[in-house]
Ligand binder design. Sequence first.
Ligand SMILES: *Cc1c(COP(=O)(O)O)cnc(C)c1O
Length: 381
Amino acid sequence: MRPIQMVDLRQQYSKIEKEINNAVLNVLDSSHYINGKEVQDFATNLAKYLDVKYVIPCANGTDALQIALMALGLEPGDEVITPSFTFIATTEVIALLRLKPVFVEVDPKTFCINPDELLKLITPKTKAIVPVHLYGQTAPMDEIMAIAKKHNLFVIEDNAQAIGADYISADGKKRKAGTIGNVGTTSFFPSKNLGAYGDGGAIFTNDDLLFEKIRMVANHGQSKRYYHDIVGCNSRLDTLQAAILNIKLQHLDEYILARQTVANFYDRAFENNSKISIPFRSSSSTHVFHQYTLLLNEVENPEKYRNELIDFLAQNGIPAMIYYPVPGHKQKMFEQFNSSFKEMPTTDWLTQRVFSLPIHTEMDTDQLNFITSKVLAFLIK
Ligand SMILES: *Cc1c(COP(=O)(O)O)cnc(C)c1O
């Protein structure tokens, strides 16, 4: 059996090695390392895939969020509502821009924003909502967009984990995750579902004015060369990464299918075990399984039990991870904002109970049988 990894990028590369090597050599040959033709090609191809008007590539997923927020023209102290149960990048950029992060509870089944809790947090200072499509399934966008419309708020979707997922509205309309709010952002970090061979990110929008603003912000606030109208930053996707992503984008649907196959295998193995809950499948979203995250049900001292399980798996050569062990409202970084959030029992409850198993495009049945048998062996102890 091949060694088990959380992601197996080497094996994935070997299947597309020829195409990738050719694309990389073409870029080296052209020597257009910055803003080469591949960058615009990739923006066009991704826009077509997502069915969105504009894609602006940038340097990474954190920059994508920062640039999206900068383009909204918010004032210091304006409030931005976002989950505490997410990767730090989502919340960090809000504080970096001297905006005020206001943490909202998530639904314990979907791990995404709970709209009822969101409604309770809106004040006259609220200006934006940043839903996160955590683990590969979309947040309840119909409800979030209705609240945003009523209260005149911007919506930026952090789509670093759900690229390619479909959101299905109540009326049956299907749209790609990240194209529903005013702006969507994503990351091409190598382990993401559409991963580069280095850093990368992108911003999407259907809004003409926001597109112009985002493009300027990402390029030194420049309207024309050497004329800088607003304070911006410098955030670009390298031509080499764009060339690689152009090839990988053609495989994205097949990669998603491979992840879903792994998830279905895990589901079948674990669905009848009372100690754990398998990932909830929302009827309003497809799930692209950036992570396969299980939840420990009521056991005494879940954190201790979870550590023992992770240790047991590690002894058997199976990595397992906790995404994320410390939620935003418990991070030192945000102590200055303590007044903007209170107790978060659901987030705390989830933080103590989630754990993620290896999931990627290259898993085979031997590996899956081995992992599920070891997890089950621990659970019956
Ligand atoms: C990965 C990730 C980011 C940040 O992406 P980088 O490219 O690493 O900057 C932001 N938000 C979420 C939810 C992520 O998973």
